[in-house]
Design a protein around this ligand. Structure first.
Ligand code: NAP
Length: 288
């Protein structure tokens, strides 16, 4: 990377940040387009968050991504939030618009954009089941609701979190319900167009673990997504694919949340293929 006197800077605020693929993904995209930009990792301790956010203005950074543990805590320090960020209550992208800091959440948008690209799934009028009710589930559910989902069922161990997500979707006009792991999940899942596995279960290194869902819940015509991307195919996805469902892992969501941030900051179309290749290379390296 060739840093010059004119290089535009952006980066990532999180703690820790060393595991992130975003610096490699964005810097490869800048190189590909010949942009004099650089993306840096900033390990921001929770006590330093407000100073770090002010430094976006002071140092004239073009923007930053925000990751764990700051996605919710950062909200009070921003000047404006997009509808998605406000409804989700979390920010993963900040853009610096001449000193005005605008917070967005591209996690959910990244998820739906990936589904539109492959396998060509559109949300309008569809029924979805979300397994899990953490931060990622909330981002996905709110975006599905913003895009015209007809019905959502949320299943989670902790009932309060599932209720919160279902009610958020309900406020956007989506028919909503909360279910338990003890309910008849075969019927609930079989009746949905889209199934989203949004828990940590099955993630590396616990790749032998799988949610207690019967293979009979899946059928051809359904789209089943696992937000986990390491491993590339979880046991859950394997089971859904074996029963004929169209499946997708979490790589698309990771890729497109970055693509959308890149395009907000630079105003240029992102080189999606290069960004995808960088992520896949990083993932292969991560497992060695
Ligand atoms: P989170 O906020 O910590 O939420 C974790 C969720 O998993 C909660 O709903 C939790 O249930 C549930 N859970 C955990 N262990 C479980 C178990 N043994 N049985 C049933 N449910 C269990 O985490 P998150 O940020 O939402 O992340 C969730 C998953 O999405 C992770 O695998 C993460 O890697 C993935 N993710 C992917 C992307 C992407 O770009 N592809 C982005 C963000 C996250 P309780 O509420 O009952 O604890």
């Amino acid at each position: 990377m060739n840093i010059t006197g004119r290089t535009t800077l952006c980066g990532l605020f999180g703690f820790p940040v060393e595991h992130s693929f975003s610096p490699m993904m964005h810097n490869a995209a800048f190189r590909e387009l010949g942009l004099d930009w650089a993306y840096l990792p900033f390990a921001v301790k929770p006590d330093n968050l407000s100073v770090a956010v002010n430094s976006i203005r002071a140092l004239d950074l073009a923007g930053v991504n925000v990751t764990v543990p700051h996605k919710e805590a950062v909200l009070p320090y921003l000047d404006e939030l997009t509808t998605a960020a406000e409804m989700i209550g979390a920010v993963n992208v900040i853009s610096n618009n001449n000193g005005k800091l605008i917070g967005d959440n591209t996690d959910g948008q990244g998820f739906t954009k990936a589904l539109q690209q492959e396998p060509g799934f559109t949300v309008q009028g569809k029924k979805a089941v979300i397994l899990g009710a953490g931060g990622a589930a909330k981002a996905v559910a709110v975006q599905l609701a913003l895009e015209g989902l007809m019905e959502i069922k949320v299943i989670n161990r902790t009932n309060d979190r599932a209720q919160d997500i279902a009610q958020k979707a309900g406020r956007l006009g989506v028919n909503h319900a909360v279910c338990n792991w003890e309910d008849n999940l075969v019927d609930i899942i079989a009746n949905s167009d889209l199934v989203v596995q949004a828990t940590n279960v099955g993630m590396y290194p616990d790749t032998e673990k799988c949610l207690p869902v019967s293979p009979d819940a899946f059928s051809p015509g359904q789209v089943v997504c696992d937000l986990v991307y390491n491993p590339v195919e979880t046991k859950f996805l394997k089971m859904a694919r074996a029963n004929g469902a169209v499946t997708a892992n979490g790589l698309g969501m990771l890729l497109y949340q970055g693509v959308l941030a890149f395009e907000q900051w630079t105003g240029s179309d992102a080189p999606v293929q290069i960004m995808r290749e960088v992520l896949m290379n990083q993932m292969r390296g991560d497992k060695q």
